[in-house]
Ligand binder design. Structure first.
Ligand code: E4P
Length: 222
């Protein structure tokens, strides 16, 4: 399972990318709205894309097909390898089909059920983003939606990539990997939490202390 960082914050994205295990970044209007309002969106998106050097999903905000396609054209004029993130609404599905005919990759977002994901895949989505945390928030099992979607994908050999989105915890990451999601897009904080283990820290501290002891012993013999 590939890991993307789910953020529009350049500091977070640059640090996550510098660690070498991130294959992409997903943004959305709410993430962009958290950033400094004086930043120019095009410049920010280009900086984000350059920092990650891989998949970059940029979301449209129009709610009609023509508007979404106009926005897609603009984003593609910034960088042609952009993935256009499109909400799962009827107008969005028509835009996905139109972009698929032009070989433009799309990421259909705001999916909450396997049926929605199946419809998006049939419309030609390159990526389908299932929001599991928001399902958990309303007492529905988000991970089960991911498991069911993967089962359907395996049975029918569907080609769209399943992105587990709206991730809240390291356990979500673990369970999405076990379920067979192709990608998880993970908030920076959860990526950092997923790296941490007290035994790793304690083990390194012990190795470094023993190395120093050994060097001191060698020095005393010299
Ligand atoms: C990613 O594509 C989604 O926009 C994002 O994961 C949503 O996460 P949230 O539910 O934490 O806002």
């Amino acid at each position: 399972m590939q890991l993307y960082v789910d953020s529009a914050n350049l500091t977070e994205i640059r640090h996550a990318a510098s660690l070498g295990f991130i294959s992409g970044v997903t943004t959305n209007p709410s993430l962009l709205a958290k950033e400094d309002p004086s930043l120019d969106i095009k410049t920010l998106i280009l900086d984000i894309h350059k920092s990650v050097g891989g998949h970059t999903s940029v979301e449209v905000v129009s709610t009609d097909t023509d508007g979404m396609l106009r926005e897609a054209d603009e984003i593609l004029s910034w960088f042609p390898e952009a993935t256009i993130k499109i909400p799962f609404i009827p107008a969005g599905l028509a835009a996905v089909r139109a972009l698929e005919r032009q070989d433009v990759p799309t990421n259909v977002t705001l999916l909450f059920t396997p049926n929605q994901a199946l419809i998006a895949a049939n419309a030609g989505a390159t990526y389908v983003s299932l929001f599991l945390g928001r399902l958990d928030d309303i007492s529905t099992d988000g991970l089960q939606a991911v498991r069911d979607t993967v089962e359907i994908w395996d049975m029918h050999e569907l080609e769209s990539f399943i992105i587990a989105a709206s991730i809240r915890t390291p356990i979500h990451v673990l369970e999405c990997a076990k379920a067979g999601a192709h990608i998880a897009t993970v908030p920076y904080k959860v990526l950092m939490q997923s790296m941490k283990h007290p035994l790793t820290d304690a083990g390194l501290a012990a190795f470094l202390a023993d190395n120093e002891k050994m060097n001191a012993a060698k020095a005393s013999l010299a």
